[in-house]
Design a protein around this ligand. Structure first.
Ligand SMILES: C=CC1=C(C)c2cc3[nH]c(cc4nc(cc5[nH]c(cc1n2)c(C)c5CCC(=O)O)C(CCC(=O)O)=C4C)c(C)c3C=C
Ligand SMILES: [Fe+2]
Ligand SMILES: [Fe+2]
Length: 319
């Protein structure tokens, strides 16, 4: 008889192995070669990526990574490993961490789970809001690894958890801690990673899932219309992305009389370059330079106990 032995695969995006130009180039090459992320015709994109993007962007971005690097490594990796360890301590089943790009690879994580004898795979991509550019890329990555296997496990794939009560409760507690520490701001900004507007027009429900999180969190906090705002960050490339853009918003708020903000990125389950550098450094500067007086970044949920409890709840619902 075939036994039922579940195991969990936690997935996040991935990050360079070192804050150096060669390591960043290797990482960006794999990431930006995925047609789920950039869908320009391959021959044209190959020329643009290798001829311009990688040589110009890698040294610039390596410096940014160096500015947020922790003694134990890249923040995204450090927090992801802590999440894996904390979740494993809560569950009576193997938990592995795999990254869509870079290390530890999805293959290494799946191989280790299969070697531990799991017969049922529970995949938890740590993206609260579905997007074809992230969650569907995890799906693709897993099926590519499966292509080399003679036997497959049963698979439960957690598509997203944008408005799961335990996720909203964890976010709410973290915002309330921030309000208690710094005082209630004029405005709470929820900044989500953007995607090309075209992806949404073609069917990616990511913007709706971001609106779902925003609405649920706004209600949980009891905030009124003018007390919160949703924006999109991290634009890449030339075509229009989801709006309003976070950076333009930061530059414009002080002139509208908004001088004290708190900003969070509820689409990031772990702090990373895009939160610690882009939001907490760059966008702080835009806001203060434009006349803002107080800017506080509310950290991602990282290894917060309520966050790990939420992951356990999502996994246990699949058993
Ligand atoms: C949280 C969800 C994310 C979505 C949706 C997403 C879409 C998306 N991203 C790019 C391009 C880049 N993203 C980069 C970093 C990055 N992106 C996410 C998450 C989402 N991306 C994370 C967690 C990170 C941080 C990684 C880290 O190491 O800390 C980068 C790399 C940095 C840089 O060069 O600026 C790029 C490039 C696209 C094109 C896209 C959707 C089409
Ligand atoms: Fe990204
Ligand atoms: Fe960025």
């Amino acid at each position: 008889m075939r036994q039922d032995k579940p195991g969990v695969l936690l997935v996040n995006l991935g990050t360079p192995d070192a804050p150096t130009t060669p390591a960043v180039k290797r990482y960006l090459k794999q990431f930006l070669s995925d047609p789920r992320v950039v869908d320009t015709p391959r021959w044209l994109w190959w020329a643009i990526l290798n001829g311009a993007i990688l040589p110009i962007r890698s040294p610039r971005v390596a410096k940014l990574y160096a500015s947020v690097w922790m003694p134990e490594g890249s923040p995204l990796m450090v927090y992801s490993k802590r999440q894996r360890d904390a979740l494993a301590a809560r569950l009576d089943m193997p938990v592995a961490l795999g990254m869509s790009y870079g290390n530890p690879s999805l293959k290494s994580a799946l191989d280790s789970l299969m070697q531990q004898g799991i017969t049922r795979l529970i995949v938890l991509p740590l993206y609260p809001q579905f997007s074809c550019s992230t969650v569907a890329a995890v799906w693709d990555g897993i099926t590519q690894v499966f292509a080399g296997y003679r036997s497959l496990p049963d698979v439960s794939f957690i598509r997203d958890y944008a408005e799961h009560p335990a996720y909203i409760a964890a976010l709410r507690a973290s915002v309330e801690r921030s309000f208690a520490q710094h005082g209630k701001p004029d405005l709470l900004v929820m900044s989500y990673h953007g995607i090309p507007q075209r992806f949404a027009d073609e069917g990616d429900d990511y913007p709706q899932r971001c609106r779902d999180t925003t609405a649920a969190l706004t209600a949980a906090l009891g905030l009124g219309e003018g007390e919160m705002m949703m924006t999109f960050q991290s634009r890449f490339g030339r075509e229009p992305w989801l709006t309003p853009y976070t950076d333009e918003t930061m530059r414009g708020l002080p002139a509208k009389g908004v001088k004290h903000i708190q900003i969070m990125s509820p689409g990031f389950s772990a702090d990373c370059l895009e939160t610690l550098e882009e939001i907490s450094e760059q966008n702080r500067e835009f806001f203060i330079h434009a006349g803002g007086t107080k800017f506080e970044y509310i950290p991602a949920l990282n290894e917060d106990e309520a966050h790990i409890a939420m992951m356990a709840e999502l996994v246990n619902a699949q058993r």
